[in-house]
Design a protein around this ligand. Sequence first.
Ligand SMILES: *Cc1c(COP(=O)(O)O)cnc(C)c1O
Length: 710
Amino acid sequence: MTKADLPERIGRLDELAHNLWWSWHPQARDLFRALDYPLWRLSGHNPVKQLHEMSSHKLQAAATDSDFLSLYDSVMSAFDAEMSNGHSWFAIRHPEALHGPAAFFSMEFAIHNSLPIYAGGLGVLAGDMCKEASDLGLPLVGVGFMYPQGYFHQHISAEGWQEEVYEQLDFDEAPINPINPIPRSRWCGPMLQIELGDRPLHVGVWQMRLGRENLYLLCCDVEGNAEQDQQLCARLYSADREQRLQQEIVLGIGGVRALRALGIRPSVWHANEGHTAFMMLERIREEVEQGATFAQALESIQATTVFTTHTPVAAGHDIFPAPLVERYLHNYWESLGIGREEFLELGRQDGTDDGTFNMSVLALKTAGHRNSVSQLHGRVTRRMWQGLWPGVEEAETPISHITNGIHVPTWAAREMSRLYEQHLGPDVSERYDEADLSERLMNIPDEELWSVHQTLKRKLIGAMIERARQCSTERDCTARQVLAMGALLDPNALTIGFVRRFAAYKRPGLIFHDVERLKRIVTDRWHPVQIVFAGKSHPADLPSKELLHDVYALATDRGFEGRIAFVEDYDMHIAHYLVQGVDVWLNTPRRLYEACGTSGMKAALNGVPHLSVRDGWWYEGYNGANGWAIGVDVEAHDPDEDGADAASLYRLLEEQIVPLYYRRDRAGVPHGWVRMIKEVIRSIVPFFCTRRMLKEYIEKMYIPAAQSRE
Ligand SMILES: *Cc1c(COP(=O)(O)O)cnc(C)c1O
């Protein structure tokens, strides 16, 4: 199918498919589902692919089906109403506050599974934030990468080892458009050029429409580049330091030039994590070219730049060997009006030369508005970087915090939003961050809430069993693999989810600290417990792969009777099922290692309580009645952190969680548990959402930054 083949009456389906607005608007999703349900599923919910493969016969039929047409008209008019900016929160509340859009730079964006250009939490936050910008009417442009191979797909071998599978994206079926297309193709032509050390590199740009916003995704796979350079941006998070540095030069320097070439004039520039910090240097270079001194240019760029740091551990920051940076940027610092020493100093933590160049330090020194991503992370961050401001007290170190949130329409189960609308009022989706929900929440009948939760749980388990079946029929999986995929899960058993990137600090093995005690909990005849694991290891992180292998081996231990499962290939799609369908969300990071975390917020939105160490967002989210806190608070240090936390976790399960879950009335409804679900929703959703978060960014960072220049 090409655009020209669409019947005129439904001619705008192509436009809708190419604006990912549809992905967080249920009615628009219904429209594509109604168009051709089997293809909708087979395409992985990708309408561009779906339209590409549909027969003209079916399209003609849709164009004359009155039910379909009335849905089509209703979706298109909702779409048009939102695209015209007039009545958005931002337009009403802050008219004229920004004289140009906010530019948001990020190495990854998680928008929808049809574009696998993200690895985890950082990308999900970036994607959620851009969707919220559209909802609130904040003018914003995103700048990132189009990785044709994205991040890998995960398979687990029969021996329990992670295998990485890369798939090449088919651009004909991706919801993006080339800005400068090569004639008669959908491929991207080169649009701008940058210097990569001593050689020129051509960069192409893809555009993604996201509601009212545009994302511009840079691409190195363009004509004129050497073969090796065409592959430079094929994948996200290469472990090769040199390739990473090259990518970051493309993103920072190329990203600014792309916006200039497009004629976009941002009023504020937001660097998401240190990867993007060359963006500030390029803007300094521009001002120096206009006649400013380096010091003047630095001051002016600082004033209009926001930097968000997401990493609480020193080793997590992006650090390059100084000689490597020198090799790639020795031509560049001259154009900034500074010498080698002054340049390398920008990436040095304490003014001492340890031979490294730290991107977070560069960002902290070149951005005048800096924040961390939770209250506790703020404390950790100020302590970590205090040395950059000699003579300033730790508490006065100029790095604030804005706690992360999630985009509610993206993560709420359809069944859950319907329940909210019914009982909290149809305007709840507009006001959930402002309203006091308590009274109306308490009025939802327990039976109804419980029944929605049970439906979502059955959906999760159904999806897992479907995958297990596919694995055995299509991939020749062994019986052990099929068991590990959850073939024996029971929708009536208390189900705990441990779903997150595999990394040592997240302690995925903690719950196995005392295997015999866990077996007793899990295999209890009357009150059984199940655990569902999911998560990827970074391909180069060997210790984490060992950890995954260990967890997998335990999960398939016969002593657990098939009550532990591992879901392969954790991504946004399977994340939806998991955050909506388990009973308890488990999180066991080492204290002070989790900057914020957001998956527990997604679970809370769907009425799933959090069982977690009080790190990251749970330090401020826990109120004593909306979930459980594992172990002691950060202030009380325990030298045997693992032992103490595991003991606390078992005690909570045995004494509180299992009894509360299985305490039922005659109809099988656990009223105590449902009361907790209501408290979870009441106390967490209004604050831990991108709506509250983005309003804070706008009012505390963007507007002050933009107005500093006037
Ligand atoms: C929400 C989400 C994350 C972030 O999870 P945390 O463990 O809370 O940091 C990572 N990956 C995916 C696919 C997600 O949806």
